[in-house]
Design a protein around this ligand. Sequence first.
Ligand code: SF4
Length: 401
Amino acid sequence: MFPYKKSKFRMDIVYPNKMYGGVYSLGPLIVYNLVNTRKDWYCERVFLDPGKITAPLAGFSLQYEDDFENALKMRCNGINFAGGPVIEMYYDKIIKYFDFLILGDVEAVLPLVLDEYEKGVPGFIQRIEKIKGVYTGKEVTRGRVKSLDDFYPIIQPFPKDITKEFVFGKCFMLEIERGCPFDCKFCSLKRFYPEVRYRSFEAIKKIIDEGLKVNKVSRVTIYSPSFAHPERKEILNYLIQKKIRVSVPSIRAELMDKETLSLLKKCGLESLTIAPECGQSLRMKMGKKVLDESYLRFVKWCNETGFKKLKMYLMIGLPGMTKNDMEEMVKFLLTMKKEFKGQIYVSINYFVPKPGSEFENYELEKKKMKAMEKFIEKSLIAFKLKKPSISTAFREWKFLK
Ligand code: SF4
């Protein structure tokens, strides 16, 4: 943690939701480290609990649509700005609630913004309008760092006592890649990260060494949209050598081989998460070009490497989804269940069209969605199932409409 220092300039970085989720969010950590390593500046992270902004400059990190209302209530009397996935998707609708927004890599934009802030508040907004990645309602540009290797948020504080709600425990967040090499039609990630960028293995090793030492943790949570890093095996081997426990987000089954799975097992991972989304025919149409046979091969290797839990994310209500597609999805899940020796947890969500994705203008139909939900409930009784919520889907879809 950066110790409190009396400084000429102060900024708060706000995660407008509970601390137990916010501590794992990389955006606020990047800002917290960027500002505190700057001469004459001091920055604190602020969460909804406790949620008092005391600085005259407040940056909001908006990860989820549901956090937006909280952010509005928390704004300070000074200058408020925001960034994060929700801003990337809805910048044109959200700009009226903030003084400015940051788009793209915050590391490339914020230092230039703070340079201008140091020159004085009068005329500040006009001066920053020219910075690439600052959006004030005029031109859309995105900041982009030359190399991901140039900066890393090494200091990652946790409260002294944490509860069970802190799902990953005390850990070090390790971002190994930004963007995704795949092209799922329902995903809006490409809008803000048009291509995938990987941190070099050399930089990653240094980050791991320093991060573990400074934060005194023995656990790493890998931060990546699809765990596609070409040196993922080397990264895992390095963590194994250091006897570090690892958590990994959702993985692309077709990128895994038996050796990678066995490395993940050695890192202490007990369960894996994959997102086949739906049955094979529709999956192909959605741009997720993974065959059922890849999932079945993956399950075989999961059995051989001793994984006992598999979490699968699926969607209903996808554009063009027919009764046949629903039946295909159920058949696929039942085959997976038959093949996997451990427990499968199925999480079904409604498809919600996102701005910036190919289906952004798709209209949700309540009647159709309810019928699909009924079918799923009836057909998947054999699974531990997390059911979808129509009200959540509509709330997300109607967001700022
Ligand atoms: S849904 Fe996942 S795998 Fe597909 S493009 Fe988006 S981040 Fe990549």
